[in-house]
Design a protein around this ligand. Structure first.
Ligand code: LLP
Length: 437
């Protein structure tokens, strides 16, 4: 567990943002996503503070971790930028009033519609992800009648030690153009395009990374590449290093605090400065794109314990009223989680159980060996570090409703995502004419 001021045990129960979790479960029902506003803001401020000495920088929150209007409001208030990866995310940022100039638009296969929306909205950067996107984007920008400012996504071939599904800089990757000749040629092509303005480079080496030497190597590699571009007369204004900073989920994962993130990016920026002077390039505008680390540990999910099934000598299953429809990360990545019985939070952890969901498949688990207190039917179970890539990857599998999300602060709570109803589940169903007989 990685507890903190706003996530603590109080009067024997789990408390988040000054709210008793058992009371939250009663008031809003379960499953329930809960987001600690204070922690979100603290991490955002830490990133800004960590880069402040570097001077020319932006922190673009990666929407894919958790996208909703309330969060974009916080992003705006704290002075962050936003990265989006679909027309839907872009739409939500605009509904929340994010300045288009502060938006970085990604996607390894942006549809023509999405490119058009990006150009029309006037996003600050569109990140060109591949060579054949260049022509398409140039043509679309021409049709819209606006120039698109672009970065190019470069694969720096720096391996990050993380799950293969979230590694992005191996030679065999669908993302980006390979650093060196391929990327240089792509940039030269961009420079010939009438409707594109080349502004710089982007890279993202992966997600949930603890080994910062991979970032350090990526920084040096990118600066060296900028130097080689400069020698060919190509100016690079912006260097976007992507996201990927890890969070605590369980076991031996490092324990993070906002201060630690500030420290990490301060070191990265120092390293960048060193590399800049070593290679003699002009200081680029630096962008980072953290997602998971801003919302991940800020979020918990509350469940009500249902069936408990013990298979003697094999395992004990504790079933909750959620599952892979609201947290698919075990099913996808065998991710590990930490949990607590929020109703008996001060009691000792006496068992290791499989926390399973209610979906119709055996892989529907939150974890197979989660330490837990004595737990009874009806208890409130809290799973930690679910703020990132849970709600954003939720589905209606088995026609389960995506749970609502509440935000908590100083003992107050309110919805930021309202509950889905059964009617919502069939809202877009349609019956063709010939069914109506
Ligand atoms: N920038 C780019 C271009 C990215 O592709 C990503 C994440 C980020 C920034 C933010 O990375 P973060 O700071 O959140 O690590 N669904 C997976 C994670 C996929 C991450 C994809 N890209 C999971 O649940 O672990």
């Amino acid at each position: 567990m990685n507890l903190r001021d706003t996530l603590c045990i109080k009067d024997g129960r789990l408390n988040i943002g000054g709210c008793d979790c058992v009371e939250l479960a009663k008031k809003y029902g379960t499953p329930l996503y809960v987001l600690d506003e204070e922690y979100v803001r603290q991490v955002m401020r830490a990133y800004l503070e960590g880069l402040s000495d570097y001077g020319k920088y932006a922190v673009a929150y990666a929407s894919k971790a958790l996208s909703c209007l309330a969060l974009y409001n916080i992003v705006k208030e704290e002075g962050l930028w936003t990265d989006v990866v679909s027309g839907g995310e872009l739409y939500a940022t605009q509904k929340a009033g994010i300045d288009p100039k502060h938006i970085v638009m990604h996607g390894n296969n942006k549809t023509p519609k999405e490119m058009k929306e990006g150009v029309e909205t006037g996003v600050g950067h569109i990140v060109v992800d591949g060579i054949d996107e260049i022509d398409r984007l140039d043509k679309i920008a021409g049709e819209v009648g606006k120039k698109a400012t672009v970065l190019i996504r470069v694969n720096p071939l720096v391996e990050a030690h993380t799950h293969a599904a979230v590694q992005t800089a191996r030679p065999d990757s669908k993302f980006g153009v390979i650093i060196g000749e391929e990327a240089t040629n792509a940039i030269k092509t961009i420079l010939t395009k009438e409707n594109l303005i080349f502004d710089g480079l982007h890279c993202h080496i992966g997600s949930q990374i603890f080994d910062y030497s991979a970032f350090e190597l990526a920084v040096d590699t990118m600066v060296e590449f900028i130097a080689s571009l400069n020698k060919q007369g190509i100016k690079v204004n912006t260097l976007n290093m992507g996201g990927g900073f890890g969070i605590y989920y369980s076991g031996d994962d490092p324990l993070f605090t906002p201060m630690r993130y500030a420290h990490t990016v301060r070191n990265l920026a120092l390293l960048l400065e060193k590399s800049i002077s070593k290679h003699g390039i002009e200081k680029p505008f630096l962008i980072i794109e953290p997602g998971r680390s801003i919302v991940g540990e800020a979020g918990i999910t509350l469940y009500t314990v249902g069936t408990i099934k013990e298979i003697k000598g094999i395992r004990k299953y504790v079933a909750i009223d959620g599952g892979m429809f609201e947290n698919p990360r075990y099913a996808l990545y065998q991710s590990k989680y930490t949990a607590i019985n929020a109703s008996r939070a001060d009691k000792p952890f006496v068992q290791s159980v499989a926390v399973c969901g209610k979906c119709c498949e055996s892989g529907d688990m939150i974890g197979i060996d989660i330490p837990l207190q004595d737990t009874q039917v009806g208890d409130t179970l809290a799973v930690f570090s679910t703020g990132a890539y849970n709600y954003s990857m939720a589905s209606n599998y088995n026609m389960n409703a995506v749970p609502p999300m509440v935000i908590v602060k100083d003992g107050k709570s309110d919805y930021i995502v309202k509950p889905q109803t059964y009617d919502d589940l069939i809202r877009n169903n349609a019956l063709p004419e010939w069914f109506k007989g």
